[in-house]
Design a protein around this ligand. Sequence first.
Ligand SMILES: Cc1cc2nc3c(=O)[nH]c(=O)nc-3n(C[C@H](O)[C@H](O)[C@H](O)COP(=O)(O)O)c2cc1C
Length: 163
Amino acid sequence: MRDLIVYFSLEGNTEYVAQKIREKLNARVRCLKPVKAYSTKGFAKFFWGGKSAVMAEKPELESYDIDLGEVDRIIFGFPVWASSFAPPLRTFIEDNREALSGKRFAAYACQAGSGAEKALTKLSKCLNETAFEQTAIFIDPKAKPSEETELQIEAFINALKEE
Ligand SMILES: Cc1cc2nc3c(=O)[nH]c(=O)nc-3n(C[C@H](O)[C@H](O)[C@H](O)COP(=O)(O)O)c2cc1C
């Protein structure tokens, strides 16, 4: 099984989980980076990021080197923004629609409070209603570390191993 983790992370929480999965699953990882970076500061962070998510924007991405032909399963990782998935994933999916058809998918969401279930449903719709083999939701795993979250991450990785 060749796994690829495709994620976007504004403040490191989604990235934290991606690195853990990479280590334990021996997966490859690609981080999506918008050409015009989202603000990480105060009001602007929530305003521009929230607007981008609500408007279902497709921000232009810096070029990435991914050969999807060599991949069996893609594990998407994203922060929840306004109860949706962060927009860079939409760009990636739209740009690679053909190459993604027939692939297997899993996904995890990082959030501060709520909205991840809706966000995962929206991501599945964006992938033509394809069901995820596994999903997981983590509460700010890096910013608010806890033993419970670590166990949840471990359980997600174990479930990915069993598929
Ligand atoms: C623009 C924006 C919108 C957000 N919307 C939500 C939300 O709807 N629900 C929620 O629980 N957290 C929300 N958050 C918090 C992040 O989802 C959460 O802190 C996540 O762990 C950040 O992941 P990252 O560090 O990989 O960017 C939002 C954060 C930003 C910047």
